[in-house]
Write a protein that binds this ligand. Structure first.
Ligand code: PHE
Length: 578
């Protein structure tokens, strides 16, 4: 099954009917073979056609056409059902095809011109698509760029006929002194020749006369290893003979509009767009000239539509301008974030305690009443066990462990740690706490770090020594701590720990009044708590402390936060300062 290539007989045939021979693939991407076609398949340096194939139940949008053996394969997007034997109607995108024909024929004319200037040059390859060129063996001197352009344009000017014909190989041999290798011998050959020049085999589409070819705008040379690429650009359009009012009809204008829109859409660089703008809208542009010739209202209306459409297309397809870049400028650094100040404080606190043998742990921040209160020797009537102070979670009570609470302190970790491990215990538990309070010095959620040491022979001096060590490491060597008697249910004796003010260092000033700032609670672990944690109270004693991370961080010299709530407001302007 083969496809009859109608484009070889008549390059100007835009439509045809055909029968479907093969359909490969459904919907979306699909390949179709027909018994005959007007679609030119990519080859010989000429790009393939595009267009549509219509049939009863839908359309096939042809994106690419390829020649495989004797079959021509149409690739594209299928909308509707298509099967073998169906009748279809083909229609190529004529504007695209005609442009390809012009570029292709121009290549042949350029080749004839180049041969007249340099009789011995040997072509190797030709491309007649977007970037059109003919590649010749050897180096051609740069000065030939202009000569080739002028010679080609002279030939174009002569309105020479471009002919095509089917011949046998032996006939071709009679007519042409140069026959390329590897020509098929089993079928007629298509040849082309420019009026007055020798024929050559050619399977592409051609215009009928050089008068249809726009002039060559520029010829450039690109040198590759031992060959020269002669790149040629055509002027946008063949200059039309001046349009007179009797030629003007709505159809003529619609054609000009459509042609312009396709060219604008397909233009690849700002220069090409600019040339198109001048060609259509410039002072001597096509539309400007036509404007003087309009005598008819309907023609005027179509003219205005066309002009606006072209103007809009030019604006909308504007290519980004090339910006010159100073490559020596140092690059812009991407903004780099940092950890939250509270995270920094937690890391610093952990590392101070870890260095003296404490193990950093984390315990549930939503925990049972047992761990948060009951095991800590707190009586049922303790105010912290009231929902005025603490958040209770609305879930059924656990028979043994009681209600579920958002931990109001990290002390719930004490008994949990005693359950997890046996003495000696050196724990530092840092986590979130929740209390029903919110003002400049309180946030509903805050952090505590809880220390717990349980071992043989632990007494208050160990507590005081540990606190002193922390205070000097965290706040500075010049800062002192003191224990002030206090009361907690889970420690006996209990203390509040104070640190000297960083401004007056304990002498007393306007800010701290007495010279001391309160850090938080501490004390010797109550035997009932050790018992709750199943620790042998005849053998072991312990101390504990629990302080707020935010408060401790604020007391560190140099850090003053008017309103603690700012820490959790996620305001970048505030957080940036740390
Ligand atoms: N849990 C106590 C509070 O939140 C602090 C504390 C911890 C006191 C450990 C003594 C021992 O205020």
């Amino acid at each position: 099954m083969t496809t009859k290539p109608l484009y070889l007989e008549d390059s100007y045939q835009k439509v045809c009917t055909a029968k479907v021979l093969e359909v490969d693939g459904k919907k979306g991407n699909c390949k179709i073979v027909l018994d005959q076609t007007v679609f030119y398949p990519e080859g010989g340096g000429q790009p393939s056609d595009q267009g549509i194939i219509k049939f009863e139940s839908g359309v096939f949008e042809v994106k690419q056409v390829l020649l495989k053996g004797d079959k021509i394969i149409h690739e594209g997007v299928l909308k509707g059902e298509l099967i073998m034997g169906d009748k279809v109607e083909c229609e190529i995108n004529w504007i695209r095809r005609y442009h390809n024909m012009q570029v292709h024929s121009a290549g042949h004319i350029l080749h004839e011109a180049a041969k007249e200037l340099l009789p011995n040059i040997v072509p190797i390859e030709g491309q007649h698509g977007k970037k059109a060129f003919i590649k010749y063996q050897g180096k051609i001197k740069e000065e030939y760029q202009l000569q080739i352009k002028e010679k080609t344009n002279n030939l174009i000017d002569k309105s020479l006929a471009i002919n095509t014909e089917f011949v046998t190989l032996s006939e071709l041999k009679k007519r042409s002194p140069w026959i390329p290798e590897r020509l098929p011998t089993n079928k007629p050959l298509r040849i082309m020749w420019v009026e007055g020049y020798t024929p050559i085999p050619d399977g592409g589409t051609q215009v009928k006369s050089t008068s249809e070819i726009p002039y060559i705008d520029t010829v450039n040379f690109e040198y590759e290893e031992d060959c020269t690429k002669v790149i040629y650009y055509l002027e946008i359009k063949k200059k039309e003979s001046t349009i007179v009012s009797s030629d003007l009809s709505p159809e003529v204008l619609l054609n000009i509009k459509n042609e312009a829109l396709v060219m604008i859409m397909e233009s690849k660089d700002p220069e090409e767009l600019d040339r198109l703008r001048v060609h259509y809208l410039g002072k001597n542009g096509q539309l400007t000239q036509i404007a003087h010739e309009i005598r008819d209202a309907e023609v005027g209306r179509v003219f205005n539509e066309a002009k606006i459409a072209i103007e809009n297309a030019l604006v909308n397809t504007k290519q980004p301008e090339k910006i010159s870049v100073d490559e020596t400028l140092p690059g812009k650094l991407p903004p780099i974030g940092h950890l939250h100040p509270v995270t920094h404080a937690i890391e610093e606190i952990s590392s101070i305690f870890e260095k003296i043998g404490f193990v950093r742990v984390r315990y549930p921040e939503v925990d049972w009443d047992w761990y948060a209160f009951e095991a800590l020797n707190m009586q049922k009537t303790h105010p912290a066990r009231d929902d005025i102070e603490t958040f209770f979670v609305d879930v059924p009570e656990n028979k043994k462990l009681g209600k579920l609470v958002l931990t109001p302190h990290t002390s719930n970790g004490q008994v949990r740690e005693m359950e997890r491990t046996k003495p000696p215990i050196r724990m530092i538990n840092i986590g979130k706490c929740y209390r029903r309070q919110s003002d400049v010095s309180h946030t509903v959620m805050f952090h505590q770090f809880e220390g717990l040491v349980v071992d043989e022979g632990i007494n208050i001096t160990h507590l005081k020594g540990t606190i002193d060590h922390f205070v000097k490491q965290f706040f500075g060597q010049n800062r002192k701590s003191r224990l002030r008697p206090y009361h907690f249910q889970f420690t006996e004796p209990s203390f509040e720990v104070d640190v000297t003010c960083d401004i007056c260092l304990g002498r007393g000033c306007k800010l701290c009044k007495e010279g001391w700032l309160e850090l938080g609670g501490a004390g010797m672990v109550h035997p009932n708590v050790l018992k709750a944690g199943k620790v042998d109270t005849t053998k072991y004693t312990g101390f504990a402390f629990g302080w707020g991370v935010e408060r401790t961080y604020m007391m560190k010299s140099g850090v003053k936060i008017d309103d603690l709530r700012l820490l959790y407001s996620n305001d970048i302007r505030f957080l940036n300062q740390f």
